[in-house]
Design a protein around this ligand. Sequence first.
Ligand code: DGP
Length: 117
Amino acid sequence: MIESSPDCLFCKIVAGEIPAEVVHATESTLAFRDVDPQAPTHVLVIPASHYRDAGDLALHEPATAAEMLVVAAEVAEKAGLGDGYRLVFNTGAGGGQVVFHAHLHVIGGRPMGWPPG
Ligand code: DGP
């Protein structure tokens, strides 16, 4: 684990160097709107510290990993997603991860089929 990584986009958002539409913040987490939303509500919940993916985060900072789930539920409630929503950790390039700072997608506001299309 490293506190922050100099070339990491999401570390720069945590540091306030790149603007983001923040919807929720705690000492250990930040939640902000995805720049390329896939649904009416699409928020990313990230740890303030830099971990490359969800597994790395859970191994080194399990309390923050759990807190991210609580934050996601709060974000969903605030967005009126009482009918349900989807949580996604894309993990590794083969799993669709593009930004290598762990992040939890909170997606909702439209019907979510399974398997995802
Ligand atoms: P993933 O494929 O799981 O690594 O998702 C990365 C997400 O990050 C993708 O949905 C788009 C979003 N994203 C990329 N760059 C930015 C940015 O500069 N600001 C915000 N708010 N979101 C970003």
